[in-house]
Design a protein around this ligand. Structure first.
Ligand code: C5P
Ligand code: MG
Length: 286
């Protein structure tokens, strides 16, 4: 049905169930389909050339507009909070306040740096930002078939929009909800607009008033793409879900986190830097 599911990176706990969901998505047809995706480390790559690829925050944190002192402080935050973010032995309840702390401190540091709105395009151009292999087919397929793509990101909206703009795939069917920067009349970063989105509140609580899912109420077939346990709730605001296929990229601490991912995601992609499986499924559905 989908040859890409035979890739060595694919792990599935219940193959029969996955087959049923894909079949149901196909029967329901393209008009009912929508895709909900995380951005950082899901649409963007986790590793490149043996190194870590940057998240949208990292792109800013390490850019030339940040002072050396600012860079060090932002890096210290990452080294302290990232292991907590991905720790399989802590509950989401334990993690949530700590994530709020991380994002709040990082955003405060960024605001101190007097970043100019006009610098953003150049910062992204000079960065090592990379979308997963196969991104063009992914975005093109969705665009051509008028399938809404909702990017739900705890990263920095201005940066990730610029990444997909520079990749020439920021089509009208793409909608982004993320943390956006607020600028003064002079174009200097003064704040981040609320509500704060972190890894573990990606659910309807931060979408109040957007009306996004309400206006797509006939799109009851969902493909959800994520890389974190926090991404599993991204579709909670969809008024009626008939069929949902959850695909999870397991990038880091693969052994320790495998069981949790297999229990929560229908399809787990281990250390797979491509969108091959997603594209294969889309090709089968469209
Ligand atoms: O879940 P999502 O991919 O949208 O979250 C953004 C990612 O950005 C998190 O996984 C986190 O590791 C990373 N991050 C970062 N620097 C921060 C805050 C978050 O790299 N200051
Ligand atoms: Mg992510």
């Amino acid at each position: 049905m989908v040859p890409e599911l035979q890739k060595a990176t694919v792990r599935i706990r219940q193959p029969e169930r996955v087959r049923e969901i894909i079949q149901a998505l196909r029967e329901q047809g393209v008009a009912k389909l929508q895709v909900i995706s995380d951005f950082d480390m899901t649409l963007s790559r986790f590793g490149c050339n043996g190194r870590r690829c940057p998240t949208s925050h990292n792109i800013l944190d390490t850019s030339r507009v940040i002072s050396e002192d600012g860079k060090k402080k932002l890096k210290d935050l990452l080294h302290y909070y990232y292991p907590i973010e991905i720790d399989p032995n802590r509950t989401l309840e334990e993690k949530r306040p700590l994530m709020v702390e991380w994002w709040t401190k990082a955003h405060e540091l960024l605001v101190q740096q007097k970043i100019h709105k006009s610098d953003i395009a150049q910062i992204v151009r000079e960065s090592e930002a990379m979308l997963r292999d196969g991104f063009k087919e992914f975005f093109d397929q969705l665009h051509k078939n008028n399938i809404p793509l909702f990017i739900f990101s705890a990263g920095v909206g201005d940066i990730l929009e610029e990444i997909i703009r520079q990749a020439n795939v920021f089509y009208p069917n793409v909608n982004v909800v993320s943390n956006y920067m607020g600028f003064s009349d002079e174009g200097v970063l003064t704040h981040f607009k609320g509500p704060l989105i972190h890894t573990y509140n990606k659910n309807n609580t931060v979408l109040q008033g957007t009306g996004y899912f309400q206006q797509l109420s006939t799109r009851t077939s969902i493909i959800l793409l994520g890389d974190s346990m926090g991404d599993l709730t991204m579709a909670d605001g969809v008024p009626s879900v008939e069929n949902i296929l959850k695909i999870g990229f397991l990038n880091d601490k693969v052994e320790e986190r495998r069981k949790k991912y297999l229990d929560s995601y229908d399809i787990v992609l281990e250390s797979d830097e491509t969108l091959d499986v997603v594209n294969g499924i889309l090709r089968y559905l469209l």
